[in-house]
Structures are given as C-alpha cells and as structure tokens.
Design a protein around this ligand. Structure first.
Ligand SMILES: Cc1cc2nc3c(=O)[nH]c(=O)nc-3n(C[C@H](O)[C@H](O)[C@H](O)COP(=O)(O)OP(=O)(O)OC[C@H]3O[C@@H](n4cnc5c(N)ncnc54)[C@H](O)[C@@H]3O)c2cc1C
Length: 503
C-alpha cells in the first residue's frame, strides 16, 4: 500500500503555550497549520508557569481573547525582580497588572481557542526527525508517517529535538544550583510560604490559593506544592520521593511525613539561548530557543510573544506576500529580548545566594528599586511593556507597542486593540480623513481614519508627542510614524507587508 503523505504549510512540533499561540496566529491568517504534540492530551502534569505579565495580557487582548484568561485567574501585581515586587498600577495600560493563572489553565484556554479555529492537534505523537530541502521539510513522526511542510517550527521545549537536529548551537551557562519541585501529601501541617537559608530559597504552598492585597492566601487543606533547593547540584536522573524527603529534611529538619507523590521534577539555573532562531525552513520559538531560571516568571510569557512576532511573518511568506528574508527579522527582534531575560534571571539567581554579603546586596537592590526611575525601568522590563524593537531613529513610538487607544471612528467609539483581532495590519490616520494613498496595499492593511483627543502616554518613557499617523503590525508594534506627507511610508509598507501589488 502506498502511504499517503499529508501536507501542511506549517508543522509545529510541540503544543505547549508557544506552539498553541503560534498555531492560533497562523490560523487567523488563513494558513494551514498542524501541531504534533508528544503528550497524549493537553493535560499538564506538574506546576510550571504561574501566570501572565501585562504585555502578554495585552497581546491576548489584541486577539480578543484576554477575557477568557482574566475571568479564570486572579489579577495581582506580579512583576518582580530579585523577589522585589514591582507595582505597575500607575502604568498607562488597560492591563496595569499581572494575572495569577496556572500554566495548565493557560494551555487549556489556548487549546479551546485553537479548536474554534479548526487547528488540528495530533496528540500522542512525536516528531523524531526531519530533512529540509529547497522546497520544504519532510517531518518524520513516531508513528512511522511523514508530513510535508513548507516550514517546521520547533516549539518543543528546552530539550528541543528540532534545535538539536538542525544543529543549532545552544550556548550559555551551565547550572550552579538545582531545585526539586513536587506535589505531595504531608501528614503534618508544614510551614507554608517562602524560606531563605544557607542553601537558598525554598517554598511550600497549597495548589489552591487566593491573592488578597498582593499576598498569597493558601487553602486550608489539600496537597502541598514543594519547591526546595538541593544541597548538591544535580542535573541528571529522575528525582524520587526519597530525594524530596532528604531535601526537605536538609532544609526544614523534617519531611512533614511527605507521601503520595503526585509528580516531581527538577529545574536548574542553567541559562542558554539558541545562536540562531532560524535555519532555512526550520524556526525555533519559546523554550526551544531559550532556557533560563524561572525567576520573574518570564519563560511562558516570552514564548507566547515569540509566537506572536513570528506568526504573521511566516503567514505572509507562505502566502507569497513577503520575501522569505522577512523571517530573519524574527531572530533580529526576538533574540535580544530573550538575551536580556537570561541576563536578568542570572542576576536574580546571584542575588538569591544565601550568604550575608549577598543578602546585603539584595537589600541594596531592593532600596534602589523603591526609587521611582529604577522601579519604572525594571517594572517595564519584567512586565514586557517596555519592549522596543530597533527600527532605527524616529518618534519614540517607533518599534514600541501601540497603546490600546479609545478611538472615535466612522463606526463610533472603538478600542484600538479591536482593530487587531483579525491579526491584520492597521494604518491609523489621526489627521485629515482620506489623506492616505496606499492603494497597492489596500488588500493587506486596514486603513482607518479616526480621532484621538487624549494625551499619549507610554509605559516607562511617559508622555510623547501625538503622531498624526501610525502603521501598526499585526503583533501590535509600531512600524512607522508620520503624517500625510507619507515620508518613509512606502518603504515601511514594503519592508513589513511586501512589495506593492500590481494595479
Ligand atoms: C518551576 C517552573 C516555574 C515556571 N514559572 C513560570 C512563570 O511563572 N511564568 C512564566 O512565564 N514561565 C514560567 N516557567 C517557564 C514556562 O513553564 C516555560 O517557559 C513554558 O512552558 C515554555 O513554553 P513552550 O511552549 O515554549 O515549551 P513547553 O511548555 O516545554 O512545551 C513544549 C511541548 O513540546 C512537546 N514536545 C517536546 N518534544 C516533542 C517532539 N519531539 N515532538 C512533539 N512534541 C514534543 C512537549 O510535550 C511540550 O508539550 C516556569 C518553568 C518552571 C520549570
């Protein structure tokens, strides 16, 4: 029997948060995409990310799905650096907060969204290899079949097979400390909360909790989530209940009668980043492209943001709208973002060291972060609201996130983010109506005449001059700022949304 080879424009290896978000972006752009996921279903064993930062919530809002997450999580001030809480309630954004919501819920909500968008997710199958050639990629699966794709995106986590098989370097820093993380029953009531000692940081808490006044209030009963620093660095071998008991005794002098281990895993402070996010028709996103300690809760957030940066670019290349080199801007823009996350997490780990001198240093950093300017700078970084891609000199908005303005359009009041729900670029004209002439791009962009009378205020940098027009990419970043003179507009349209269509 001849095997029928299935084809998709894009195959995504891995249906974690990054792969799910990327598939959603591609589906919105009308691109045929499929996810191959090793797990038997979307169920996530174990704790991982605990929530979303402000910029990620904004990104979900740009697609009209933020409420699905907000309604199931707990709004709180979650941004922090080196365990110093950074309040962003004065930041000019509709979402001047973070969201406490476990990764398993984030994934479930994203997977439900994909179901609405008719994206096929093949569970229980692994990508085991691929070969790329001029016209595409043959993706080999663990069930013996092969998929053909124009592009393969490795969203397959920190141990990414795609990254390794593509022979992409993963330079960085080896682990210096390891932590066990587990969910277990305890016969005795443990000391809930965070503890620092000569080994490092440890925490015990219940899965069910509420956030009140930015404080975590744990439920009175239920299994205990443990995060404990190990006495000695361990980077290999599957951890066991005995490992957990020993680590608990080393810190608390007791294992609190730990039994009935539901799951256990180990994470370290290793920090590595792919040297290239693209090799021909192979792309990497999320943990496949960068791993770092969980300090500041940034990994899932930047993975989802990688996906939103890559999705529309890949869609345009596949549809023949843009040349293939548009994909190089994905590495150029996103590599520096993860590089600074590696940097800030490494600094945070160093500041967690338990010796007295480091403690004094930690207190000093905490004092500095109470000052207005450092607080804003670090809060902008940790929340992702300060991101500015390097598009050259120009208005301060250039390369930054477009704020969710309350516009007045011909159809009445409209939030700017609603214009991005379909992931289509927007040329927003805030000057004289019908002042722009961009006919060759009319099918690719939305040309919106609108009024906006309020001040322009951006996180971290504050007030900026009101522009008379802006070109907004589908990911919500500003690609051009100008006026009806259209200086530089044609170049920006060509760079981001392909050459002019023949009339
Ligand atoms: C203890 C801990 C706490 C954390 N806390 C936070 C936090 O508070 N905030 C935050 O933003 N981040 C946090 N993170 C990081 C966050 O969990 C990760 O950054 C996030 O899961 C990355 O998403 P991803 O989709 O890129 O990769 P993953 O979530 O790792 O998903 C990869 C998927 O690929 C699948 N897969 C792997 N190989 C293959 C293959 N060959 N074929 C098919 N499928 C494959 C896997 O089954 C998996 O589903 C934390 C991590 C840890 C360990």
């Amino acid at each position: 029997m001849i095997e029928q080879i299935r084809k998709h424009a894009v195959v995504i290896a891995g249906g974690g948060p990054t792969g799910l978000m990327l598939a959603g972006e591609l589906a919105l752009a009308g691109v045929d995409v499929a996810i191959i996921e090793r797990r038997p279903n979307q169920e996530l064993i174990g704790w991982r990310a605990g929530g979303l930062h402000a910029r990620t919530i904004e990104i979900l809002d740009q697609r009209g799905i933020a409420d699905r997450f907000l309604s199931q999580g707990q709004i709180a001030q979650v941004a922090s650096f080196a365990s110093v809480r950074l309040d962003i309630s004065d930041f000019p954004t509709r979402h001047n907060y973070g969201l406490g919501l476990r990764q398993k819920h984030i994934e479930r909500i994203l997977a439900d969204w994909l179901c609405e968008l008719d994206v096929p997710i093949q569970y229980g199958i692994e990508v085991i290899g691929f070969s790329q050639h001029d016209d595409g990629v043959d993706v080999q699966l663990s069930d013996g079949t092969t998929l053909q794709a124009s592009y393969l995106v490795g969203c397959d986590g920190g141990r990414s097979l795609i990254r390794k098989a593509a022979d992409i370097d993963f330079p960085g820093w080896d682990a210096t400390v390891s932590n066990l993380i587990a969910e277990v029953d305890m016969a005795e009531e443990p000391e809930l909360g965070i503890r620092h000692d000569t080994l490092g940081m440890h925490s015990l808490g219940r899965f069910e909790y509420e956030i009140r006044d930015s404080k975590i209030i744990y439920a009175n009963e239920g299994p205990i989530g443990v995060m404990v620093t190990e006495r000695q660095l361990r980077t290999s071998g599957e951890p066991t209940l005995d490992d957990l008991r020993n680590a608990l005794i080393a810190v608390y002098g007791t294992d609190y009668g730990a039994h009935n281990l539901r799951w256990i895993s180990r994470f370290t402070d290793a920090a590595r980043q792919a040297a290239a996010y693209r090799k021909g028709r192979i792309l990497l996103a999320g943990d496949a492209a960068h791993v770092h300690p969980p300090d500041g809760g940034q990994g899932l957030n930047i993975g989802v943001q990688d996906a939103v940066n890559l999705g529309w670019k890949l869609a345009q290349v596949i549809k023949g709208i843009s040349p293939d080199h548009l994909l190089d801007s994905y590495h150029a823009e996103r590599h520096p973002i993860a590089a600074r996350v590696l940097r800030n997490t490494m600094a945070s780990v160093a500041l967690r060291r338990p010796d007295d001198r480091t403690k004094v240093l930690r207190d000093t950093v905490a004092e500095l972060l109470e000052m207005e300017e450092p607080r804003k700078r670090y809060a902008g970084m940790m929340s992702g609201l300060d991101i500015c891609y390097d598009f050259g000199e120009g208005h301060p908005l250039l390369g930054r996130r477009m704020p969710d303005l309350d516009l007045l359009t011909a159809h009445g009041p409209q939030r700017l983010f609603t214009l991005l729900h379909g992931a289509k670029p927007v040329l927003l004209n805030l000057g004289e109506p019908r002042g722009f002439h961009v006919a060759p791009w009319k099918d690719r962009i939305q040309l919106i005449d609108a009024r906006y009378a309020s001040p322009w205020d951006l996180p971290v940098i504050g007030a900026v001059d009101a522009p008379s027009a802006v070109l907004i990419r589908p990911d919500g970043y500003v690609a051009w700022v100008g006026g009806v003179a259209q200086t530089g507009l044609i170049e920006a349209l060509t760079t981001w949304f392909g050459p002019a269509a023949a009339s």
